[in-house]
Design a protein around this ligand. Sequence first.
Ligand code: CP
Length: 302
Amino acid sequence: MEHLISMQDLEQSELLNLMNLAKNIENKDVLIDLRGKLVALLFFEPSTRTRFSFEAAMKKLGGETFSMTGDQHYSTKKGETIKDTLKTISMYADLIVVRSAVEGMARYAAEIVDIPVINAGDGANQHPTQALLDLYSIQKTQQKLKNLKIAMVGDLKFGRTVHSLAQAMASFSPQLFFSSPSHLAMPKHIKNDLEKAGVHYQEQKDFDRNISQLDILYMTRIQKERFADPEDYERVKNTFILKRSMLQDVKPNFKIMHPLPRVNEIEKEVDNTPYAYYFQQAQNGMFIRQAVIAVLLKAVSL
Ligand code: CP
């Protein structure tokens, strides 16, 4: 691993080894010392979890971070190219984490700097550390990754986390169920990848129709910021709302996941059921990001 840009860059064995490392980090079974190392956090789009969990991850490993948020106070405002900005930052840091609204930005950064790059979300494309923490959360709650029934619900077009997760699950023989407004369906290229991998998936209108059979219900937010027409958003924003009353007949191992932030797609009353897992899921992100940083900075090998 030189960079982490897309889930497709990872072999299944690397993925499993990363999760194992995250588990050892969480259980304090391994000591990693990144004193003297510096990570640049470049967030051109808003973030709470990804940014702060990367920061927490680096600090817990003894390293340090510096941040760039938005583009208002930097020399790009004076006409500097993003290429020169990235090149300059790579002179100070040992690793770059980048989030951008531009699809392909992290791949571009990896091509022009000589230090590792982690994609922290590029437009509607990929969010690989989210997929890794999602897999880690699924493994922790189900004690396995194979042969699970997983429903993905909400904005499957713009929701990059479901793209990365669907690809990540593909080698574990899942049964996938997709529910979205019709113009926010899972993109064709992701469905093609699933078909090539022999994954069984089904698109269904009512996301709670088979809720009693599911192992994981993965809810997502309708991504308002990616709509060209605000009225389009208004029309679909209340399409899929998970209510506590829908959870009557779920399996004991059933868990609700969400990459967060949520808006209104999970009722607050669901939070204090044993099925809600989204805040623990966010915590798992710190362990996974510790593992990814440690591997890319060659403090441990996979
Ligand atoms: N899940 C996620 O990417 O959250 P943030 O946008 O808050 O980083």
